[in-house]
Design a binder for this molecule. Structure first.
Ligand SMILES: [Zn+2]
Length: 395
């Protein structure tokens, strides 16, 4: 709640976008708390923060946990922040209980997870995991042309530690679910087995512009007449793969965009998701077939451009089991599930054994100033994180 005061919005949310003055104040507070808890704090070249609590053998690989402190422009109090502070709370709890662990433990804050100010999302963990190089990371610019590298320097978080994994035994991330499943099922903990695959496309359908009045319907080459058939077929395809397949047409544009002209072109942003990579591949193939068939029939030109591909992620079985054992030990109601949203753990899992823990959030709302979660659920998630980390770190 103290962190939520930094960048607080009138509607009870947070606007603490990456590398703004608010983000700096949030980071400063986190670092101060970590130092108070006896941690050694390191900042890497992407501004990722690693706060380390020493173990008995500091040459052993570390067990890490974290998430992000940046928010959407109209974000909530819990998305990301909860995961960072839970890791700190694990460290504080070990201090309070006087427990020494075999391996070091680290609380991590990843830079620019949201992608709201600098695209793409999850860039701090992405560079760390080797998905992007450091030059690419630093050169990302916001809409005013300010680069991520310059802004890191500006707020004092351009560190000199190389941005790459350094001896990691296991990585965990606890997060609010950002969807309604746990709340609807009246369950307290989601044990995550992976993150669903996502594909972003631009669908472009081209026809022939003509006058909206004199041109009979049957002679038109109207891209919208093709589009509505493509949308209907895609919704049907997704329904046939329910409940896990998802399709979203979040942005539909016509050109030239005049009320009394049949458009020459429609451009549609398409987002398709499924947790199983083979099913996602099948849906991708069917999507291409549908567009080809409809456009041929309607004498239109259809093009599908890949915008972004994020393959389905399967988390590490040792880490999943560590979470499941912790949940069972603490006797919390739970289910195994996959994440519908992307998280830093997607990239972290490419280079380290990783898994995630979800807790319910009110009405499944997130990326929303009204985002809310019950303290008892947040506490439960944090307890699970503690025991999962101890499982991998050994007491
Ligand atoms: Zn998040």
């Amino acid at each position: 709640m103290m962190l939520a005061e930094i960048g607080a919005t009138a509607k009870g949310g947070c606007n603490r976008q990456a590398l703004t003055d608010e983000d700096k104040r949030g980071r400063d507070l986190f670092v101060e708390w970590c130092k108070e808890a006896g941690c050694i704090v390191k900042i890497d070249e992407m501004g990722n923060i690693f706060a380390r609590r020493a173990g008995r053998d500091n040459d052993l690989p570390a067990v890490i946990a974290g998430s992000h402190l940046d928010t959407q422009p109209t974000g909530g109090k819990f998305d990301g922040v909860y995961g960072v502070l839970s890791a700190l709370e694990v460290i504080r709890s070990l201090n309070d209980a006087g427990i020494e662990t075999e391996t070091p433990i680290e609380a991590v804050c990843w830079t620019n997870e949201e992608g709201a100010r600098f695209s793409p999302a999850m860039i701090g963990s992405g560079v760390w995991a080797g998905e992007f190089d450091i030059e690419y990371g630093h050169s990302r610019a916001d809409k005013d042309g300010k680069t991520l590298g310059d802004e890191l320097e500006q707020i004092g978080y351009l560190g000199d530690v190389p941005c790459k994994p350094d001896n990691i035994k296991a990585a965990f991330e606890v997060h609010i679910e950002q969807g309604p499943i746990l709340e609807n099922e009246k369950l307290q903990i989601g044990v995550l087995t992976g993150v669903q695959g996502m594909r972003w496309y631009d669908l472009i359908i081209e026809g022939q512009p003509c006058h909206a009045g004199p041109t009979p319907m049957e002679v038109r080459r109207d891209p919208c007449m093709g589009l509505h058939q493509i949308l209907a077929s895609l919704y049907k395809l997704i329904e046939a793969n329910s409940p896990w397949a998802r399709v979203t047409f979040g942005d539909i544009k016509t050109e030239p965009g005049s009320r009394n002209t049949v458009p020459e072109r429609v451009i549609v942003a398409v987002d398709i998701r499924h947790p199983d990579q083979s099913v996602l591949d099948e849906i991708d193939a069917s999507f291409h077939e549908i567009v080809e068939k409809v456009c041929q029939k309607m004498k239109l030109e259809g093009t599908i451009k890949d915008e972004w591909i994020s393959p389905a992620v399967k988390f590490d079985s040792n880490c999943i089991n560590a979470v499941q054992d912790a949940v069972d030990l603490l006797d919390y109601s739970n289910m195994q599930m996959v994440s519908g949203a992307g998280h830093d753990s997607v990239y972290v899992s490419r280079v380290a054994s990783t898994s995630m823990i979800f807790v319910p959030c009110e009405k499944g709302l997130s990326h929303n100033e009204e985002e809310n979660a019950k303290f008892e659920d947040l506490e439960a998630g944090c307890n699970v994180l503690l025991h999962a980390m101890l499982n991998r770190s050994k007491v």
